[in-house]
Design a protein around this ligand. Structure first.
Ligand SMILES: *Cc1c(COP(=O)(O)O)cnc(C)c1O
Length: 407
């Protein structure tokens, strides 16, 4: 593991740093590729043609803008704050991930890279990236832990149907962290021809900034929709936090609005014991994992701890570096919901609103269910519903013991 060099003056903004967090802790062979990516991304960002092409695809292909939906029955049942749902679950492929995959896919095309690689946990980022590669005519290889392939078989089939090659990873815990390792190994070897589409606001600079920028559209829309519907800003925005991409997308435009509470929800898993959850801010400490300096679940020797969550998308030992800064400065609050609370929230939202949320998103719903009753009726809560739950039906059937007969 690289030694951690902390900038001498953390209050001075440096590219790729969020306070002391972030940075670029990678093998030397990747430094040139990351610099090239950073420069090309900066150019694309300033290029009106690139932005117009991305906007067109977000609108006509992915289905933006997504609705800001007033959850009337849930609000009335809880008897407190007014609850809105930002419906990222309605996007093409079923989650917010497509915002980022479209952005990076266009960037790869602009850079003349024909071969795309990606990692995936639950398979949502893999499906989104395989979809974008089909759309843009790019070759696609997705690394996925064998344990995740077993848990999310449907998404493996979807990726293969879309023309992607899915490569099983049998090292370590055979989950997301191992898939990222394998994707990075591929990238080191094939860096000249290959673009790595990273799926969350993680990894070495420029990924955390770039992925956040591609998801900013969530809070931009949210703000405009709230001002139109309510004429004011919300009391709080709630989002689940795996690597942190849907949360940073939902928070970003509200960071300057100091009266808006930003609440991130981590996976509480089975218990508070190390290895049984993915609460980086409660059980973790600053360290380096996979290219970036952030909070990490680790033992005293700095070995990465194993994690658990009923939702594969939140089951990761580190968290995006911008969240580490928002945590330390107190601008955002981080809490957790355990497996049972998430499962309960899936059932509750399904039966009160007719909306089946992803198990990841259900962690944010659980927090709204927890805090809404003690809030005033004029207060507004916005839950970022990051994805839909169809992918989780196998797990839900097992966990909730839903069988062929009625529950
Ligand atoms: C991948 C995923 C997440 C977790 O990733 P973030 O980068 O933290 O957003 C959350 N919800 C859904 C539906 C996902 O697919």
């Amino acid at each position: 593991m690289a030694s951690v060099i902390i900038p001498s003056n953390p209050s001075q903004p440096t590219a790729g740093r969020f306070g002391v967090y972030g940075g670029r802790y990678v093998p030397e062979t990747l430094m040139a590729a990351l610099s090239e990516l950073e420069q090309e991304y900066e150019r694309a960002k300033a290029d009106a043609t690139f932005q117009a092409e991305l906007d067109d695809l977000l609108h006509n292909f992915a289905g933006r803008p997504t609705a800001l939906y007033y959850a009337k029955r849930l609000t009335e049942q809880l008897g407190g704050a007014k609850i809105y749902l930002k419906r990222e679950d309605l996007l093409h492929t079923g989650a917010h991930k497509i915002n980022n995959s479209l952005g990076q896919g266009l960037l790869a095309k602009r850079m003349g890279k024909q071969r795309i690689i990606a990692e995936t946990g639950a398979g949502q980022h893999g499906v989104a990236t395989a979809t974008v590669c089909a759309l843009l005519g790019l070759d696609c290889v997705v690394y996925m832990g064998e344990e995740d392939m077993r848990r999310q078989e449907l998404n493996v089939l979807r990726m293969r149907l879309l023309g992607a090659e899915v490569r099983g990873v049998s090292s370590g815990s055979k989950t997301l962290k191992d898939a990222i390792n394998e994707a990075m190994r591929d990238w080191v070897t094939n860096v000249r021809t290959t673009y790595y589409v990273l799926g969350s606001a993680l990894g070495a600079h420029p990924y955390p900034t770039m992925v956040r920028d591609f998801h900013r559209v969530i809070s931009r829309e949210m703000k405009a929709q709230l001002l139109e519907k309510e004429g004011r800003l919300p009391t709080a925005i709630i989002a689940c936090v795996g690597g942190g991409s849907n949360a940073i997308g939902a928070f970003y435009e509200f960071i300057p609005d100091k009266n808006v509470r930003l609440i991130g929800v981590e996976a509480g898993g089975r218990s508070g014991e190390l290895g049984e959850h993915a609460m980086r801010f409660q059980g973790g400490s600053p360290g380096v994992l996979q290219g970036t300096f952030s909070y990490v679940l680790q033992d005293e020797q700095g070995q990465i701890a194993s994690t658990h969550s009923v939702s594969a998308g939140l089951d990761y030992a580190s968290i995006g570096p911008e969240h580490a800064m928002l945590h330390d400065t107190g601008r955002a609050e981080y809490t957790s919901a355990d497996d049972q609370a998430a499962l309960d929230a899936v059932v509750r939202l399904s039966r009160t609103e007719g909306i089946l949320p992803a198990l990841e998103s259900a962690h944010a719903v659980a927090e709204a269910i927890r805090i809404a009753p003690s809030m005033q009726k004029h207060e507004i809560l916005v839950v970022n519903l990051s994805g839909r739950g169809d992918k989780d039906m196998g797990i839900l059937a097992r966990e909730l013991k839903i069988q062929g007969s009625n529950a």
